[in-house]
Design a protein around this ligand. Structure first.
Ligand code: ADP
Length: 175
């Protein structure tokens, strides 16, 4: 995203963020109800560079953002080095992890890899501001509304700018 390009279209974040109308829902991880196996399946069946962490699938309330590479490394390490971590271990991103019955496997605590204040705006935000946020804050992605609506990456914005340029070359201004 070159700082010198001026983005002057009237689109809003909701027109660019994912998921689009007929896409499958956002891939999220819940804060304290998924097993090691559940998360490994998500990581191996998708290629996203990160996943929003939500309170529960039904609430979709955003609690943080976790990077794919951090998840992979942490789970791999825990499986090798941490006693009692198995496929059925629950992964917990919360501060306080509720105690499980004595017979259950150890809990894998991963709060330390959670970004607790991922950047969030509403989906009404003009794309002009979204482009500015990517430039000025040097982000790679961010989310929409605390009740999770979608995600946008820098590449989504670059593709959108290119698309706009094809449709209407005069409306992207180069200084
Ligand atoms: P990039 O856009 O840089 O390739 P990603 O691989 O993370 O980054 O994302 C690929 C596409 O999937 C983007 O359009 C992005 O908005 C979307 N996306 C990113 N994370 C998720 C997710 N957890 N669930 C669903 N879609 C996602």
């Amino acid at each position: 995203l070159e700082a010198k390009e001026e983005f002057s279209h009237k689109t809003r974040a909701m027109d660019v963020m994912r998921p689009r109308k007929n896409d499958p829902p956002l891939t999220v991880i819940t804060q304290d109800s998924m097993s090691v196996e559940d998360v490994e399946t998500i990581v191996s069946s998708t290629t996203y560079s990160g996943y929003p962490v939500v309170v529960s699938r039904t609430s979709q309330r955003l609690v943080g953002f976790v990077l794919r590479r951090d998840l992979i490394i942490s789970i791999e390490n825990a499986r090798k080095k941490q006693d009692g971590i198995v496929s059925t271990s629950v992964i917990c991103f919360t501060d306080y992890c509720p105690p499980l019955p004595p017979s259950s496997p150890s809990v894998l605590k991963l709060r330390s890899i959670l970004d607790l204040s991922p950047f969030t705006v509403t989906d009404e935000t003009p794309m002009e501001i979204v482009v500015d946020i990517f430039r000025k804050l040097g982000l790679r992605h961010f989310s929409f509304s605390r009740k999770l609506l979608g995600i946008i990456t820098k590449k989504d914005v670059l593709k959108h700018i290119a698309q706009m340029a094809n449709q209407d070359p005069d409306s992207i201004l180069f200084n």
